[in-house]
Design a protein around this ligand. Structure first.
Ligand code: DTR
Length: 333
């Protein structure tokens, strides 16, 4: 009898140790379709985090706006509707005064370059605009170019053309004489289909991922500007995580920015090859004099950003200096 009681006692005492702990489940919201690069990087992050925490964390991903949409991402993460969310700073003008400095037309060449610049700027300045959430990583698109229904081979061709963009990209189009139509990427396929816009100003991987090659057989290389993204987490959820999980996530931040940039740059090439093969598309570039004129036309945006930043209490001059320094430091060889 005594033996049996002892055995039962030992069984109950050691049971909790023998059973593996339930993983901590976190949900991760994203706004565009699963095929697009913000969601591809989300799946990569999930795989790495689950592996590197030895299953301590389980990440449930929600692409396509199924948990939160493009414009309520920050609010939704702050209120705890989602634990993690991926947002594009350009979609909410004025909300991210500092990190939108990378939207300026400073001629980034690649997404890897611009993503590392954005991350390094964030790390250095830790701007107020993200103080209510935990930032997990940041990255940018590849430089924006035109995808159009009709060929645009010089500045003249784009005058008055209705082209979809968002944030600073809309101001760029306006300065170049086009008619910008602002909307998040998630609404763009319908706008193209219905003919509400005659083209898109964005990075070219969407030729494949959203099959824009189907509507826009022509592309024009402008390489003017990139769109910044951030992945943010609810602060109290972050603080509730075990130390090991937080360490793994923090160690992944910069690596994830770099990985996403490299993926994006590779994928733009694949999308261009796809557009050529499937739709026989054609790529244009402006001649030297139009190129110069274009850069001259968009230059005032830098001074505008500087002034707006100062009004919001930013050290705009120092930030711009760092922007140029980091752009050159991370320039592709
Ligand atoms: N260029 C921005 C951001 C962007 C580029 N590719 C994708 C794909 C899915 C969502 C957003 C983006 C834009 O045009 O909205």
């Amino acid at each position: 009898m005594l033996h049996r009681i002892m055995a039962l006692f030992l069984f109950f005492v050691f049971l909790p140790i023998a059973t593996p702990a339930e993983p901590i489940a976190l949900n991760y919201a994203n706004f565009p379709p699963a095929s697009t690069f913000p969601c591809v990087q989300m799946e990569r992050w999930k795989t790495e985090v689950e592996k590197r925490t030895d299953g301590l964390l389980k990440i449930d991903t929600f692409p396509g706006g199924t948990l939160l949409g493009a414009k309520n991402m920050l609010r939704g993460v702050m209120s705890g509707q989602a634990d993690i969310g991926c947002l594009c700073m350009s979609y909410q003008p004025g909300v991210f005064p500092m990190t939108t400095v990378v939207e300026l037309p400073v001629e980034f060449k690649t997404s890897e370059q611009a993503s590392l610049v954005l991350w390094d700027l964030y790390e250095k300045y830790k701007p107020q605009e993200f103080s209510r959430v935990k930032v997990l990583t940041m990255f940018t698109t590849a430089p924006s170019n035109l995808m159009t229904k009709k060929a645009v081979s010089d500045l003249k061709d784009m005058q008055g053309m209705q082209i979809r963009a968002s944030g600073a990209a809309s101001s760029i189009l306006e300065l170049l004489g086009a008619t910008p139509v602002s909307m998040p990427m998630s609404e763009t396929p319908e706008a193209l289909q219905k003919g509400m816009v005659k083209g898109v100003f964005s990075s070219l991987e969407v030729l494949k991922d959203l099959d824009f090659a189907d509507y826009c057989p022509y592309q024009t290389r402008l390489d003017l500007q990139v769109y910044p993204f951030a992945v943010v987490m609810n602060r109290s959820k972050w603080e509730s995580l075990p130390e090991k999980a937080r360490r793994v996530i923090d160690e992944l931040s910069r690596e994830q920015a770099e990985w996403t940039g490299q993926y994006m740059d590779r994928h733009v090439q694949e999308a261009l090859a796809y557009a050529r093969k499937k739709h026989g598309g054609q790529m244009f570039a402006f001649d030297d004099s139009d190129n110069e004129l274009m850069l001259e036309k968009v230059r005032p945006l830098v001074a505008d950003w500087k002034e707006a930043g100062e009004k919001r209490g930013l050290d705009s001059e120092a930030i711009l200096k760092d922007l140029y320094r980091l752009r050159d430091k991370h320039a592709p060889q």
